[in-house]
Design a protein. Sequence first.
Length: 540
Amino acid sequence: MQGTMQDRPLRLNHFVERAERYTPSKLIVSGTATGVEQRTYGEWAERTRKLVSVLDSLEVPPEARVATFAWNSARHLELYFAAPCSGRVLHTLNIRLFPEQLTYIVNHAEDDVIFVDRSLLGLLTPLLPSFRTVRHLVVMDDGGEAPNPEGVSVLNYEELLSAAEPAEFFLGDENAAAAMCYTSGTTGNPKGVIYTHRSTYLHTLSVLQADSIGVCESDTVMPVVPMFHANAWGLAHAGVATGANLVLPGPRMTPAALADLIVEQRVTVPAGVPTIWMGVLPELKGRDTSALRTIPCGGSAVPKALSEAYREQLGLPILQAWGMTETSPIASVAITRSWLADLPEDELADLRASQGPAVLGVELRIVDQETGAELPWDGSTRGELQAAGPWIASGYYNDDRSADSFTPDGWLRTGDVAVMTPDGYVRIVDRTKDVVKSGGEWISSVELENEIMAHPAVAEAAVIGLPHPKWGERPFAAVVIRPEMTLTQAEVLEFLSGRVANWWLPDEVVFIDEIPKTSVGKFSKKDLRDQFADHVLPSD
Ligand code: AMP
């Protein structure tokens, strides 16, 4: 028997129409190269509709890819909705990718038009001749100063918009492509993930769940996480959907500038990767942060020391979330379940340092990589984390690597190694390729580096496995010391004794100026491995 409910497509148009009708006076504040600018959702929605006309007048075909090369801003948000709500596909380009990868991505996605912030134009200009399908380049003036490239016809965003009339949205299929994003994988070419209207709609609702990030109308949300990286964790969509004020930092990305935005705009939900929050904390000292409600953080493991430092200084721990480009990305959030709330403080800190239970709508399991058998949720058995749900990818765009990344029963193989606690909390132990395999046993590089980063003199630490004649691999730690502090290998090892098993102690600790980072601000183990490729561990 069928139900008697209306079968209405889940389309992103609905979010814009709500913002127009219910929350037109709420604000979107954007950082620019020179200051901040502000517009209302009402103004934003009208400009978004004009942008639809612009795409029509540029004869961007249905389903064509509309690429952005841009900071987080209201203009970027206009593109976020004008492309999918006109039957085209938004393609956010990562501004920090290597040139060859950008060329690969633009050509693989067959982008038709690129919208670029003027302050980023200098990065794109040298690559323009390598783009095979791009017909238009539209520059968005954000206070940056780069000159237009020579010999290429360049359009101006504001001029196009001021000549356009607001248009009706296209009413398409809920399973039509809305946006695409390439993984920032450190090996091989990036892989394309295509989100649908439906998947983005449902993912947005999950971000609004109280047991997730719980974005609501009264929030002021500041996605520091880039809009080109995994949909800014759904927070830009959540802003439009609820009418929460949005603060989009643009190029104002220094720790001091971010702290100013948090304080001056009375941000309630700022979200970013751990390296961002490491830098911002000292800048918030002694300032009015009373508006803050929660600080979502993910993209890589949140060191317990970082989360607890926020708790001590601001009375507010970091809220850890786990996800991937392939999972839209929010898949689990480390909320504290009610039956666990009375645990001793150090156990609560451990919970906060976990990746938390799956959000409603996502299923997670851990699996033996060899046999494919599902493993128990006992808090100690490690296996590959796999995910399923309506906003989890089922394949990659035009890519024969899809077969390796999905199981025969359709689950995403995340490449993360995790344990599950009996209460359903995920603890990411490592990436499958980053665990240190010492004498057949696994050492978690993530746990080890988190313990090192708990040392007060340590700013950053990353652990990799280096070849060892007896054990196969042994842990090797690269450590960045805080300014004006000192630290020796012996002190690090002494600090770790008792915190980790003895056989986990790194064979060597070296001190370097900076841990190499990926295009999205995570520690780049690949670059660190390259840096120490010829390094030989001490023999005893
Ligand atoms: P990306 O697709 O660039 O967002 O990268 C996804 C990967 O980042 C995941 O597979 C994890 O390895 C890592 N990651 C994301 N969030 C977390 C987290 N909270 N803790 C540990 N690793 C994380």
